[in-house]
Design a protein. Structure first.
Length: 248
């Protein structure tokens, strides 16, 4: 199965959660070299590969403004995200490459994760999607997506608020059962859609600068890396909050 990461391409953006079907894979590394008492620096690596079926769906539904070229929608999406990253006041070494057909990989560093989120949210600093807190030597990172703060996510990822795409997200479909939702998208987008959604998931690895002391994910490789995974359908319906945390 192809590894994927939606238009987000970074946990910092939680991005791309909906841009495509696939497995969303992202590796976020926090550094132990603190810039200030609150700033949390680090780096992010993204691998994005999108199924042709979903690219075709995006092309059909998109109302992207014609900018005088015929660039593929994935190129437009990735380039727009990279541009936004480069405009952030805390990013450096931003590099994204097209690695193959509908496949991209990228890396960037940041000097403060919280400021990065604010920069990607048009300067808003009161977002509750990702929170980082410190108590003594203990750092807690928490990711929380629910119906109450979903509008904050659309600030970070404006693509989710596009009229042609938001109708497939939780604001419109929260009250549907999974069976009803898959039946709907099958009728509208084609019989392939439910199967592709069913085998799609979002995967996030977080590497801490020291041993992780508490978490609700799965420790992998060592006690400094935790992996969080959830099905794409959970995000599309948000029947219950998506919540992950780690402490180190």
């Amino acid at each position: 199965m192809k590894k994927i990461l939606p238009i987000l391409l970074s946990m910092a953006v939680l991005c791309s959660l909906l841009l495509s079907s696939c497995v969303v894979a992202n590796k976020l590394t926090f550094s132990g070299d603190l810039v200030t008492a609150q700033a949390v620096p680090g780096k992010d690596h993204v691998d994005l590969s999108v199924y042709d079926f979903f690219v075709d769906v995006m092309e059909d539904l998109s109302n992207w403004e014609d900018k005088g070229n015929n660039d593929p929608i994935m190129d437009v999406a990735v380039n727009d995200f990279v541009k936004k990253l480069k405009e952030s006041s805390v990013t450096s070494a931003v590099m994204f490459l097209e690695a193959g057909h509908n496949t991209y990989m990228g890396d960037f560093a940041f000097s403060d994760f919280s400021t990065l989120l604010a920069d990607l949210s048009s300067g808003k600093t009161d977002q509750s999607i990702v929170t980082i807190g410190r108590s003594g030597d203990l750092t807690r990172v928490e990711i929380n997506i629910n119906m109450d703060n979903y509008p904050e996510l659309t600030e970070i990822i404006p693509f989710l608020a596009d009229p042609n795409f938001e109708v497939y997200g939780p604001l419109y479909n929260h009250d549907l059962s999974e069976e009803e939702y898959l039946e709907m998208v099958s009728f509208i987008l084609g019989e392939e859609c439910p199967e592709n959604i069913a085998k799609s998931s979002i995967k996030l690895q977080v590497v801490a600068p020291k041993a992780i002391t508490a978490h609700n994910g799965t420790l992998i490789r060592n006690n400094m890396t935790v992996e969080f995974t959830f099905p794409l359908i959970d995000f599309l319906l948000l029947h219950k909050p998506i919540n992950f945390y780690l402490e180190y």
